[in-house]
Design a protein around this ligand. Structure first.
Ligand SMILES: [Mn+2]
Length: 407
């Protein structure tokens, strides 16, 4: 290198050039898993000055429990859309960022698959999302639920596609045919995988490279939700098998996810109860159901029975509940997959004796485990019934009790 070039280079490096802000195209090409970066770029884009109709944008969201299936089905849908279709899509996670640490299985899977959780879009950034929503011609895609959560209720007109495995609530009648894929299968991620399977199989080498991380990512919730595709557990459908088979052709490494999911002993009772929680209003009653990945024996032994039951009371009070149900699952090393149910009515509005009798007589096949003096702690022998089935059952029982009171 001659002196002149050297001098030129040193001058050049001495001048600090302002960092160029990445635009939407840059992010999609260079950093396809940086959704927050994409949102910021969309926010900065000068849409108004450009002629013609507003550019289109897709927003994909999972349900408010923000479990592994919801976070990953939404995230993967966005990456697949951005990579394989000539569209722009951002995924939303419907919890504050601070609550992600309550979902160690999600933290584990994201890290294991090389995704940076700081690049996801959480509730904290919804202000910016709403700005973008007004600026672009937005269409909403629902994955892992088929009814907008209250936060987005006003945007029903924008829903154009649904991919879900819950009972169809028959909303958004314009979403029909190919755009309405609601099937009761093990995992919403199976349906997302199958939706893009053909395009993915035909992807170019560079697209395939971008999507490399996704196979492992999508497989995680499918395996967790179907209990490792074990047909005897009644969760696995042909769609789950097909999706997993397709993804396994690209990769396979599932160890650790289940372990992280069931490793909850470091969480406080309050965190355990809110980690995977849903609440409903039935007539004037508030019902909350916490799903906990710890068995009642280990839980009460680690904390004492008094402390755990005290936590149920405090949590029910905090959420202003009339009835708290705690549905536990654990993968016992000797006895296999097990479920338990805690029936915890807290308000005078509920006839406790009648409620317990009706639940005891239900298809849950509850057997009192004798650990608690009142009828509250049960082994649930019908292990096929998760919260998805427990909720409609509890709803029917509560409504029948209310109706009887009014007669
Ligand atoms: Mn799901």
């Amino acid at each position: 290198m001659d002196a002149k070039t050297k001098r030129h280079l040193s001058i050049k490096s001495a001048i600090k050039l302002p960092k160029r802000v990445k635009n939407v195209g840059d992010i999609k090409r260079q950093d396809p898993y940086n959704f927050l970066g994409l949102l910021n770029a969309l926010d900065k884009e000068n849409v108004k000055s450009s002629k013609g109709p507003r550019p289109s944008l897709e927003i994909v969201m999972g349900n408010e429990s923000a479990d592994l299936d919801s976070i990953i089905s939404a995230t993967s849908y966005a990456v697949l859309t951005n990579t394989l279709e000539n569209k722009t899509c951002i995924p939303l996670v419907q919890i504050p960022k601070s609550e992600l640490r309550l979902r160690q299985e999600c933290v584990h899977v994201l890290k294991e698959c090389g995704l940076n959780q700081n690049n996801l879009i959480f509730v904290d950034d919804f202000g910016k999302v709403k700005k973008v929503l007004d600026k672009y011609d937005c269409r909403i895609v629902l994955v892992d639920h088929n009814k907008l959560v209250s936060q987005w209720e006003g945007e029903g007109g924008k829903v154009y596609r649904i991919i879900d495995h819950h009972k169809d609530e028959n909303l958004y009648d314009s979403v029909i045919g190919e755009n309405r894929k609601i099937k009761i299968v093990g995992s919403a991620c199976s349906l997302v995988t199958l939706e893009f399977k053909d395009l993915w199989a035909k992807a170019t080498d560079s697209q395939k490279k971008t999507l490399e991380k996704l196979s492992k990512l999508l497989l995680a919730p499918i395996l967790v939700d179907t209990i490792s595709l074990d047909e005897s557990k009644g969760k696995t459908k042909a769609e789950d098998q097909n999706a997993a088979k397709f993804l396994l052709e690209i990769m396979s490494d599932y160890s650790g996810i289940q372990k992280a999911r069931f490793d909850v002993s470091h969480l406080s009772d309050f965190d355990l109860l809110r980690k995977d929680y849903k609440q409903w209003e039935i007539a004037s009653l508030q019902l909350g159901i916490s799903a906990v990945t710890w068995d009642l024996n280990s839980w009460t032994e680690a904390r004492t029975l008094e402390k755990v039951t005290e936590s149920f009371n405090k949590y029910a009070e905090h959420k202003k509940l009339d009835l708290l149900l705690v549905a536990t699952i654990c993968d016992h090393p000797e006895n296999g997959f097990q479920r338990e149910l805690v029936i915890w009515p807290v308000s005078e509005k509920i006839d406790k004796k009648q409620l317990v009798e009706k639940l005891e007589a239900s298809e849950l096949c509850l057997v009192n485990n004798g650990r608690y003096k009142h009828n509250a702690f049960y082994n649930q022998q019908n292990v096929e019934m998760s919260r998805k089935q427990i909720y409609p059952l509890a709803e029917t029982i509560l409504r029948s009790m209310i109706n009887r009171d009014q007669d």
